[in-house]
Structure formats: C-alpha cells, structure tokens
Ligand binder design. Structure first.
Ligand code: PHE
Length: 344
C-alpha cells in the first residue's frame, strides 16, 4: 500500500515537472487530487487495512497530498513569472507612447489673460469688484436717471434681497462700469484701472448670452484728454488685433461719459476698404468717453481739478472679431461642444 502511494507521488511530480502551461497543471491536479483522482481513490483503500496500520498510512497519504499540492503551486508561480518576462521582453520602449488627452484654458479665459497683459504694459492695474452689487454703484452714481430703461428688470437681474437704505436694490452687475465707482470711491487719483468681470443681462438668443464678460479701463488724473483715450485705444487695437489695424471714435451717448464715443476697429478681412463682413471697412467694438463730471462728484473727486477717460468692451466680442470666428449661435462659446472648444 505504501509503495502505491510513493508511486502516485512520483508520477504526479513528473507530470508537474513536465507541465508547460497552466492547463496541463490543472489536468494533473484533477488526475491525482480530483474526486476520482488516483490519490483520492488510493486513500479510500484505507478501510481495507488492519486498524493498527491505518494511522501510519494516513500520515503518509497526507504527506503525499501536500507534496503534490505544493509542487503544483510552485510550478504555477514559476510559469506566470516566465510569462511576465516574455511580455516585458516584447515591449519596445522606442515606440511612441499613447498621449493622454490634455485640456486647456477656455478661449474666454485665454482672451482675458491676453487683454490683461496688454494693458499691464501701459500701467493699467487689474482689479476685481463685486458681481452682486447695489443700484447706487451700477446706475445711480453713474449718472443714470431714475427712469432709465436699463434700471428696470427687463435687462437687469435683480436679487430678491432687502434694498440698502442708502445704496438701493441688489442686482447682478449688467456692465463693468460699476467698477469705476468702486475704484473712485476706494482709491484717489491718479487712477489707472482695468476691471475685467462677468456681466449679467436678461437676454438669451443667437447673439446674446445672459452671462458674458467685459473689460473696462478707467484713467483719472489732472489733465487727461481725448487724445490720451485715443492713444490707448490705438495701442490696444494694434497689440490685440495686429499692427495694420486702426481704431476710430464716433460720437455716441452714455450717461456716465461726456463726450461719449462708440469705438470701431478697421476690418481685418478687407483692410478698411469695405466688404461683406463689415460696415464700410469698420467693425463696432464698444463704448468709451471722458468721465462725466457728475460721476467724479458722486465719488467725491473734484471735477475742476481732475478728469478722466473710460472705455468698456465685451471680451467675447473682441475675441470673435480677432479670430474671425463666425458663430451661428454665440451660446456655443459656453456650450460643452468639444469639437468647437478643442480648436482654441
Ligand atoms: N458700459 C458701457 C456698455 O456696457 C460701455 C462703456 C464703458 C461706455 C465705459 C463708456 C465708458 O455698453
């Protein structure tokens, strides 16, 4: 009986030794240790032995079983190690890798950074003021009459909050010009600020979004003139759109500037000659003007000593004009359409 067990062990070990893959190891395991495996069947023979021989047989049988099991386990380990090294050997490290997709800043953020750095070079300091503001900063101090249409809730978002006893209702800033008042009530001249911020208006259609961005420049000093304003406009237009581009100002009306202007940029497509893209060679960019004396007074700055100029344009607008982007729907800028966003 003992010889039979030793025979089974040797047979099993030689199978394990020769096994070349996991599958044949599985088969060996089944053949010897399975339900009707050779060792399992041999163990059943124990009942045929006289009682005094059974314990020794049991001990030997367990040893054989353990030896076969361990041999199989060891072989499994060495087979998978071999497999790993062959896999490693097959990796060609000189092959170009697979690049993970990498995002980038949104096109509006990129434009804001560029605009900021252009103005920083001529001494305008970027500031940030509240987006949730009181009427006084957004309208009243900017010389808006009490019944101006921008003050009603067709264009401005009002916040459901108790009005301030002095500053009036709470609203979302519809223009960055509120930053002029914040600046002039916190700092005294000379002032050279650039306020780039979100603006909110009740509008949403193919050419309007309810949240957009403006950048607003304000300079206050003792003897500023329209020429200074024009110089800054020209500088920006050339730095942002290109050397060959020009700016022009046309008379316009804003409550908080006098005189007021609308600023145009020469069309890049026809170089100012006039084409399908533009109005006789010019593209409208936004507003500008000399700070109204009433606005200075509201901020306790003496208009007989100081004066200033201001300008405010839409970030989305200048960025679309620069890149010649023609969007059927401006809301695409704030959509999650990757095929659009990935281009910038
Ligand atoms: N705030 C004006 C607008 O939103 C633009 C402007 C800014 C005009 C500064 C004059 C001076 O249209």
């Amino acid at each position: 009986m003992e010889e039979e067990l030793i025979g089974i062990k040797n047979a099993a070990l030689s199978f394990v030794l020769e096994a070349e893959d996991l599958k044949s190891l599985e088969e060996t395991k089944l053949q010897f240790l399975g339900k009707s495996g050779k060792l399992t069947l041999a163990l059943k023979e124990v009942t045929k032995l006289p009682a005094e021989k059974r314990p020794a047989f049991g001990v030997l049988a367990n040893e054989v079983k353990q030896t076969i099991e361990e041999a199989i386990e060891d072989k499994i380990k060495s087979l998978s190690a071999v497999k790993k090294t062959t896999l490693l050997e097959k990796i060609d490290v000189t092959n170009p890798g697979v690049k993970p997709p990498l995002g980038h800043l949104h096109l509006v953020t990129q434009a804001i950074e560029e605009i900021q750095s252009i103005f920083e070079k001529i001494g305008f300091v970027r500031v940030r003021y509240p987006e949730v503001e009181w009427d006084w900063y957004a309208f009243e101090a900017l010389n808006f009459p009490p019944n101006h249409p921008a003050r009603d809730d067709w264009e401005t978002f009002f916040v459901d909050e108790k009005p301030h006893p002095k500053y009036g209702p709470v609203l979302l800033t519809p223009q960055t010009s509120s930053g002029q008042i914040r600046e002039m009530t916190t700092n005294k001249p000379p002032i050279k600020m650039l306020n780039i911020a979100k603006c909110y208006r009740r509008q949403s259609d193919i050419s309007h979004v309810p949240m957009f961005h403006q950048f607003e420049g304000l300079a206050v000093n003792t003897d500023l003139s329209i020429s200074n304003l024009k110089g800054v406009l020209d500088y920006f237009v050339k730095a942002y759109f290109g050397k060959e581009r020009q700016s022009r100002i046309r008379p316009y009306h804003f409550e908080f500037t006098e005189p007021s202007f609308e600023v145009d940029v020469s069309c890049g497509a026809c170089n100012g000659k006039g084409c399908k893209l533009c109005k006789e060679g010019w593209l409208e960019m936004g507003g500008a003007g000399m700070v109204h004396p009433n606005v200075l007074k509201n901020c306790e700055i003496d208009p007989s000593v100081y004066n200033g100029f201001a300008f405010g344009w839409g970030v989305e607008r200048v960025l679309m004009m620069k890149d010649g982007i023609k969007l059927d729907d401006i809301r695409t800028i704030y959509s999650d359409r990757m095929e659009f966003l990935e281009q910038f």
